[in-house]
Design a protein around this ligand. Structure first.
Ligand code: ADP
Length: 480
């Protein structure tokens, strides 16, 4: 913080600060101080002031707008959108908030949603038009635009600190990088993210969410209770199911739900053509998670790393498996305290049984393809911040049988793209309809859930002695 700098530079601000210090519950005063700090470019202080004012009045629109503006001007676009979320979820929200959302979305390079928000806002109130946002929207070829803000226009603003925003879920203030991107922490191939998605963003899967809550979240949220029963936070969960069913989405949401760091590791991050490096990468990745605890450490396509040792044709693969097991066990009992290891696989039957021992991936969770009502719920989530006319989600869900979450996302993205072009041509938002989604669904081809179910059926029927795949039984008996 730059505690000492503001008073020296500006006596007026100093007086305001002093007054706010003496009456910390005076909302108009604190809001005014925040606005003054913002106007003069003291962005981090303005942010702190607005945050404090928001505690006094969580629904105050001016305070929210000030906080969002402070975030945008620090390039913390993800934070800005998170702060706007409750406002934008309210029907008839003030159009100026829509313009702020458009600026943040532009910062993230999300031209489509920015255009929707902007045109929707100015169609309700033309006086909130922002020429710089409009310009950024009409030149799509220019690539991700940087949002316009007064600090860009006025060179008199002092060089307020643009460093990372304070707070546990702060996004890095990288002037030209979208805030939605993971916050780069260190090399080692993996990065530390702060997830903004929570279980509320995951449609359906109530049983899956509940079991993750018990396994992962409660031990960290109520450590005393678990300690009393001699249980510790840690251990791992293996998510399995057809590709695109939402395993990664769920893992990220678990981190967000917990307020934990999220480290996601793909196969390419670990496997290395030079013998020995893969093991080093694996160790570095676990260490990264341990330094950022509480942390959800997520391994995608884990079957490739944890293949049965008898199947591993090369001693090289065996070494990786052994290293992986060693890291899961940790050098001492506390090594992985607060590190929750989640792994996803489309092919759980290839995974070495040694991984399923207690303390390792001792829980298998099936992430099923969505049924009719889950598809409708996923579509509802995917469309929730888009301008909609009438929308019959059930009808679209019926027309998307055998599609998984990733397919549905593709359908919505395609429909949005069509509408975006229409909106730009019309100069106003053209809301999306059931027909638009149905047309996009017709053009899409579902990923291979059927084939996956056929393979699963084979494995379950021939190798379910231990009952490991019991969760799958009702599904493979269904019609696919
Ligand atoms: P997987 O890891 O199983 O291959 P993903 O998690 O990558 O699948 O899912 C792809 C996308 O589908 C996600 O980014 C998300 O947008 C969407 N999606 C999948 N399942 C859900 C769900 N239950 N609720 C909301 N969105 C979902």
């Amino acid at each position: 913080m730059t505690e000492g700098i503001v008073p020296v530079l500006d006596a007026g601000l100093q007086a305001l600060r002093e007054a706010a210090r003496l009456s910390p519950d005076n909302l108009p005063l604190r809001r005014h101080l925040g606005e003054q700090l913002l106007a003069k470019g003291y962005l981090a202080e303005a942010e702190a002031e607005f945050r404090a004012a928001l505690v006094l009045a969580p629904r105050d629109l001016d305070v929210t707008a000030g906080l969002v503006d402070a975030f945008i001007r620090q390039s913390a676009y993800g934070e800005a959108l998170a702060a706007l979320e409750p406002v934008l979820a309210t029907p008839g929200y003030p159009p100026r908030m829509g313009v702020l959302a458009a600026r943040a979305l532009l910062g993230e390079g999300d031209l489509g949603r920015a255009a929707y928000r902007y045109y929707e806002a100015i169609s309700r109130d033309p006086s909130v038009a922002d020429p710089e946002v409009a310009t950024a929207l009409t030149i799509p070829a220019a690539g991700p635009a940087h949002p316009a803000h007064p600090a860009n226009a006025t060179s008199s603003a002092p060089g307020a600190p643009l460093g990372p925003v304070a707070g546990p879920d702060a996004a890095p203030a990288a002037p030209h990088a979208p805030a939605a991107a993971p916050a780069p922490a260190e090399a080692d191939g993996a990065e530390v993210e702060r997830s903004r998605t929570t279980f509320a963003d995951v449609a359906g899967m109530d049983a899956v969410k509940e079991s993750l809550r018990v396994k992962l979240l409660l031990p960290l949220q109520q450590p005393e209770l678990f300690a009393a029963y001699g249980k510790r936070a840690g251990g791992g969960v293996l998510l399995y199911g057809p590709p695109g069913a939402g395993k990664t989405h769920l893992a990220r949401a678990a981190a967000g739900e917990l307020g934990a760091a999220f480290v996601s590791v793909g196969l390419a991050d670990i496997l290395d053509m030079y013998i020995g490096s893969s093991e080093r990468n694996l160790r570095a990745t676990f260490d990264l998670a341990r330094r950022n605890r509480p942390c959800v450490l997520f391994f995608d396509e884990v079957d490739a790393l944890a293949a049965r040792r008898s199947d591993a044709r090369h001693t090289h693969n065996r070494q990786i498996v052994n290293q992986f097991l060693a890291e899961l066990d940790g050098v001492d009992a506390d090594a992985n305290e607060g590190v929750l290891v989640l792994a996803a696989t489309n092919a759980p039957w290839y995974i070495d049984v040694a991984f399923r021992r207690p303390g390792r991936f001792d829980q298998l969770v099936f992430v099923p393809p969505p049924d009719l009502s889950a598809r409708a719920a996923i579509l509802r989530i995917l469309c929730r911040d888009k301008p909609l006319a009438e929308m019959d989600f059930e009808a679209v869900a019926r027309a998307t049988e055998h599609m998984v979450g990733a397919d549905l996302k593709g359908v919505v993205d395609r429909a949005v793209e069509v509408k975006l072009h229409e909106s730009i041509r019309a100069g106003r938002p053209v809301p999306m309809t059931t027909m638009d989604l149905l047309a996009a669904a017709k053009a899409a081809r579902p990923t291979a859930v059927r084939e996956w179910m056929a393979t699963a059926r084979n494995y379950v029927l021939h190798s379910n002695e231990s009952g490991a795949w019991d969760d799958l039984l009702p599904w493979i008996k269904g019609k696919w």
